[in-house]
Write a protein that binds this ligand. Sequence first.
Ligand code: GDP
Length: 525
Amino acid sequence: MGLIEEIQRRRTFAIISHPDAGKTTLTEKLLLFGGAIHVAGAVKSNKIKKTATSDFMEIEKQRGISVATSVMGFEYKDHKVNILDTPGHQDFAEDTFRTLTAVDSVIIVVDAAKGVEAQTRKLMEVCRMRKTPVMVFINKMDRPSKDAFDLLDEIEEELKIKVRPLSWPIGNGPTFQGVYNIFESNLNLFEASKQTVQESIAFSDVNNPELEGYIGESASELLREEIELVEGVYPDFDINEYLKGDLAPVFFGSALNNFGVNELLNCFITIAPTPQPSSTIQRDINPDENKFTGFVFKIHANMDPNHRNRIAFVKICSGKFERNKNYHHVRQGKNFKFSSPTAFMAEKKSIIDEAFPGDIVGLPDSGNFIIGDTITEGEKINFKGLPSFSPELFRYIENADPMKSKQLAKGIDQLMDEGVAQLFTSQFNGRKIIGTVGALQFEVIEHRLNNEYNAKCRYEPINLYKACWVRSKNTAQLEDFKRRKNQYMAKDKQGRDVFLADSAYMLQLAQQNFEDIEFHFTSEF
Ligand code: GDP
């Protein structure tokens, strides 16, 4: 197969949702379909469950929060599907954001009883910003649910995107009988806990009197009315609107009961975008360019604490990636060869010889990579879109074991490269300050320093409102600013100037008084 064919058959996406809406369950069911040929029995499907719930880190097991963002690839109907898992917990929103830079589309899971929830709203903002095409799966229809039209209105309003139902529920909760698949014109009858693919019944017209035989008279009547309303209210599904990120097709189902998942997947591989061009500071990169390019969107500490090696997750943006070929690490200006790149398939992690745009490869790394690094065949380009955000939570970090100061320094250094948090060094007192977007990160850092680096840290409170990067063409004003705000100035890991404002008021005042200074709230500017 040539490069173009390999690109055409790839679909790389993430599933996002508010915790508990059913993301993990849906992921597992999709994997089940992906491996459907091999996995018939319950034993195997249990195994899949294990892979689906990413458990790289002990901390995650303890807390039951999916901290790690892992990758699951599978083959389905001649397509190569790559699911990038995202942590649902809001404290890891930054991790999720970075993962969203590596996907071409997104499936949003919404709980049919709860509707749109806070975390979904936030993540959708990122999709809107990036114009990522999204599909919606309304889950848990086997439970008493909100009215389907109300749910669609809610999605439209809260997620600020036009919607188009491509399936329609017949009842909900105790009266749930199944869905009418508008996209494929067929009827799917619900059976709880059925783990195999349901036979769908071809039904090009809901007005066909045979419908009553399947779902009864009153449900048929209601379905006909509602489908008529759907066709009246919503314009025909326009795939281009979806691909532009302006319209979300909506499916209904129950992931737990493996219901509606197959239709979702079939529609997904038909309409979801193939690997898309990516932007670098220098130029746009098309996936079908012959030369390989890719970027690191995630770094994962290895599970084995005795070996300090890590895995850098690289999204392939163009060309073919090959094992043992010399590639250029743009930031370091050095060449590297990778003898054991891994791919993540549903069942296992395995060494691969080649990978294509849309794929994610894991490169074993002993500390050469940081988030955002670009790898090429020699061209000096830098992929964009992986900023760090202004942290809002801060603590001084101190060494709690004087015998282990080297380990602590190394641990902090590597955790920051992984993007767990950001490190600032106060220019006033030289102390190290950790800044995060979520409170959990502090515990993660403490735990991992201890577990992986055998180092102990202690935190001390510091009262700050926000950190922002400052820059100015007016060097005199910048110097003046730095002198006056001496107490509040710090350097980030790259040595850039950071202003640590202790209140919103102070920040506002600074912005007013120093007109020539740019205050940046993401690290990419
Ligand atoms: P996540 O936090 O979004 O990954 O959600 P999970 O997949 O872990 O699901 C949260 C809970 O909802 C679990 O107890 C699931 O068994 C349950 N669940 C998931 N899908 C369904 C569904 O279709 N129907 C019902 N009744 N429960 C579901």
